[in-house]
Write a protein of this length. Structure first.
Length: 272
């Protein structure tokens, strides 16, 4: 299907922040997001809801209708609508309008409208806060590069808590200390290794207390490991400091170098 000049203009306003119209649109969008989140939070306050419940509902529907029209326009103006729909921001945009409509059937679902807070991630691109944008992209890149290491680390933690939980059931299971079954014992191990320590279950035998002490010490090491993994990737990340607000119409990646003509991720022409 041919891509018209009008669609390109709408795309420039909705997806980009390089023009005055695009920046004004996105700033207005961010204001509406904050208004919507505020209305959702205030609606849960009983005294405010009793006095201003109808007004808050009206505000919520106005914002939702605007977001719905905006979502439709994003699909219309995207050269590859399917790519946008299944992109991260496409899914966030869809989820941001879903709670209000679903609340017609299940009123409690309205509180899920706070998902719209994820849309505030666009503030770095919209307001061109370069230092914040670089920091955001650096953290995202570090998490992306360290995901395999973190997955291996989490797998090891799961194995540890299952082994220790099973041992604690064997040691403490018949002593009336709360380790009534392996799932409960694993729950205790998770609470202990994360250093939360609710105190609802505690070992009473010397051997059980010994294993608990070992798990607590392991817990302190476990807290430091993910920080070190992500921190190392952030140090190693060589991010370009001159980032534009250009959005790829194919894969919807945003962190392109200023003046780039092609997407670094998929090779799509950025100047369609």
């Amino acid at each position: 299907m041919a891509y018209s000049g009008f669609q390109a203009k709408v795309h420039e306003i909705i997806f980009e922040a390089d023009t005055r119209a695009g920046k004004a649109f996105d700033v207005a969008l961010l204001i509406l997001i904050l208004v919507s989140i505020g209305a959702t939070m205030l609606e849960t306050v009983t005294s405010i809801n009793e006095d201003y419940g109808n007004e808050l509902i009206i505000i919520e529907w106005i914002v939702t209708i605007f977001f719905t029209l905006e979502y439709i326009m994003r699909i219309y103006s995207s050269p590859k609508p399917i790519a946008y729909i299944f992109s991260f921001y496409g899914l966030v945009d869809l989820l941001s309008i879903f709670p209000t409509y679903f609340a017609v059937l299940n009123p409690s679902a309205k509180s899920l409208a706070v998902i719209r807070a994820l849309r505030l991630l666009r503030v770095f691109r919209v307001l061109k806060l370069a230092n914040f944008l670089i920091a955001y992209e650096g953290i995202r890149a570090a998490l992306r590069e360290s995901r395999n290491k973190i997955l291996v680390f989490l797998t090891m933690v799961v194995i540890i808590v299952f082994i220790v939980g099973s041992l604690m059931y064997v040691i403490e299971g018949k002593n009336g200390s709360g380790f009534d079954n392996i799932p409960v014992s694993v729950y205790w191990a998770i609470v202990t290794v994360t250093t939360v320590g609710y105190g609802d279950i505690a070992p009473i035998t010397p051997l059980g207390q010994f294993f608990a002490s070992c798990l607590m010490i392991i817990g302190y090491a476990i807290i430091a490991i993910p920080t070190g993994i992500v921190g190392a990737e952030m140090v190693n990340a060589n991010r370009n400091k001159d980032i534009s607000t250009q959005v790829c119409s194919n894969c919807h990646r945003e962190d392109h170098r200023k003046g780039a003509h092609y997407c670094y991720n998929c090779g799509e022409n950025l100047r369609f």
